[in-house]
Ligand binder design. Structure first.
Ligand SMILES: *Cc1c(COP(=O)(O)O)cnc(C)c1O
Length: 458
């Protein structure tokens, strides 16, 4: 399987190379040249999650890993998800199901991809003897998942930038309390978009990039997208492979893009619904064709508080029929604030995605409503998803909303809605007793580079 950049000016890579590099050298994102069809779709129901994962992921990895290596990585990755089904489907109301993706070690769906790629990185680096430096930007959940997955992995240092003061206390502590020497939490003075911008600067400084063996594990990493395809397939299998709508609380567009790949592989996904909070650039773009960056307005669902949605570039590339020149041009325009999607591409996007937005009050109200109707407590991100799903529900078509985090990760929002602070699961009870390790950094690329050079352990 060969991977090409959305901007057309980076080398064509295999799976392992695309995984280790994260962002392409031309600033673009890697995509497979073709999407493989998944055979035996109707035989998947009842198989263990790990077996479905192997069948879904195997066609993407090409010669990068042997079957034994890939199966081993999958087994180790998902051993840490504390539910036998790994991604259980839970009925909320007739025809509306919640896909619970929060039973992993850091209580958010990002564990599904991060646990797996840490295992794959370890295999690849052991084989090559290469040492790398992972730098990531996070609005909260990516960073905790990455630090948890990569702590103690050989040949890797991990630096995670998060926006100072803008992540929940549970998220921050998940990043600052692991004591492995190879993980480093950096509190950056700025927004998540500043963290993302600094990360892009580091990748575009090719001397620095090559000097430290820079690798990215943000949601733009293709290997993460691949891991996220799996639970769309297991959910569709549990529902008997009927046409199903999926509603996805969306920020950087990685999770929902994985849904579009599941559909391209043959899963019977009818509509993919992009659910946004008040930071609704994606909803506006799909409604009007105008992708205009505004100011981030911090919300109760911070993992969706973005203005620049990185993986949307992949959707644009497909909507423009693989015209890398057009994408490079749009991304150039984005540097000065935004762009207009062509009519043809907008139609193509709307054939793939519909969208909705909910504000803060509606999010709180939905947490209350679901608690009253079912007793279940949603995290605010999942509540945004459920609220948008209800706006779009159609009789006779099953709806699956992705529950992207555990409510205990966002206790303030939950308390505001229903007056209860949900308890952390037993494996995390000590979180508030452990000492924190964190370095405050300014929003400045040169300062970051020297800090990373100084702190690396390898
Ligand atoms: C990361 C995250 C999202 C957004 O996912 P994307 O892949 O960035 O669109 C939504 N909810 C939670 C809880 C998250 O951690």
């Amino acid at each position: 399987m060969r991977y090409v950049s959305t901007r057309g000016k980076a080398p064509v890579l295999d799976f392992e190379q695309a995984m280790l590099s994260g962002l392409a050298r031309d600033g673009g994102l890697y995509l497979p040249e073709t999407v493989p069809a998944l055979s035996g779709l109707n035989d998947l129901d009842g198989l263990p999650y790990e077996e479905v994962a192997f069948r879904v992921i195997r066609p993407f990895t090409g010669d990068s890993f042997t079957d034994v290596e890939l199966r081993g990585a999958i087994e180790r990755a998902y051993a840490r998800i504390e539910h036998a089904a790994k991604a259980p489907l839970h009925q909320l109301a007739p025809g509306h199901h919640l896909l619970e993706l929060f039973h992993g070690p850091t209580l958010a769906f990002k564990d599904f991809a991060m646990q797996l790629i840490a295992q794959l990185f370890e295999i690849a680096l052991k084989r090559s003897g290469q040492r790398i430096t992972i730098v990531g930007a996070t609005s909260g959940d990516t960073g905790s998942a990455a630090i948890e997955a990569f702590r103690g992995i050989d040949n890797v240092d991990v630096f995670i930038m998060f926006p100072h003061g803008r992540v929940s206390e549970v998220q921050r502590r998940q990043m600052t309390t692991p004591d492995a020497a190879n993980v480093h939490a950096l509190a950056l003075d700025g927004h998540f978009d500043d963290c993302q911008a600094r990360l892009k600067d580091l990748f575009n400084d090719h001397d620095f990039r090559d000097g430290v063996g820079l690798a990215g594990i943000n949601s733009i990493n293709w290997a993460r997208v691949v891991a996220q395809i799996v639970y769309y397939v297991t959910a569709a299998a549990s529902l008997g492979m009927r046409d199903t709508d999926f509603c996805v609380p969306t920020g950087n567009f990685g999770d929902i893009f994985a849904g579009s790949m599941a559909r391209a592989m043959g899963a019977p996904i009818r509509r993919l619904i992009v659910a946004t909070n008040q930071n609704d650039i994606l909803h506006r773009a799909l409604s009007t064709g105008e992708y205009r960056v505004g100011e981030v307005a911090p919300s109760m669902s911070p993992s969706m508080d973005i203005q620049v949605s990185s993986n949307f570039e992949r959707a644009l590339y497909l909507a423009y029929g693989g015209d890398a020149g057009a994408i490079a041009q749009l991304m150039e325009e984005l540097r000065s604030g935004g762009f207009t999607v062509s009519q043809g591409a907008l139609q193509a996007l709307r054939a793939q995605y519909v969208s909705g937005r909910v504000g803060e009050e509606e999010t709180l109200a939905m947490i209350r409503t679901i608690r009253a109707e079912t007793g279940q407590i949603l995290c605010p991100h999942s509540a945004v998803g459920v609220a948008v799903a209800r706006q779009h529900a159609e009789p006779g078509v099953p709806m699956v909303t992705l529950a992207t985090a555990h409510p205990a990760k966002f206790p303030d929002a939950v308390e505001k809605a229903v007056g209860i602070r949900p308890a952390l699961p037993p494996h995390m009870e000590r979180l508030f007793d452990l000492p924190e390790r964190v370095t405050r950094v300014e929003n400045d690329t040169a300062a970051l580079e020297s800090l990373i050079l100084e702190r690396r352990t390898i």
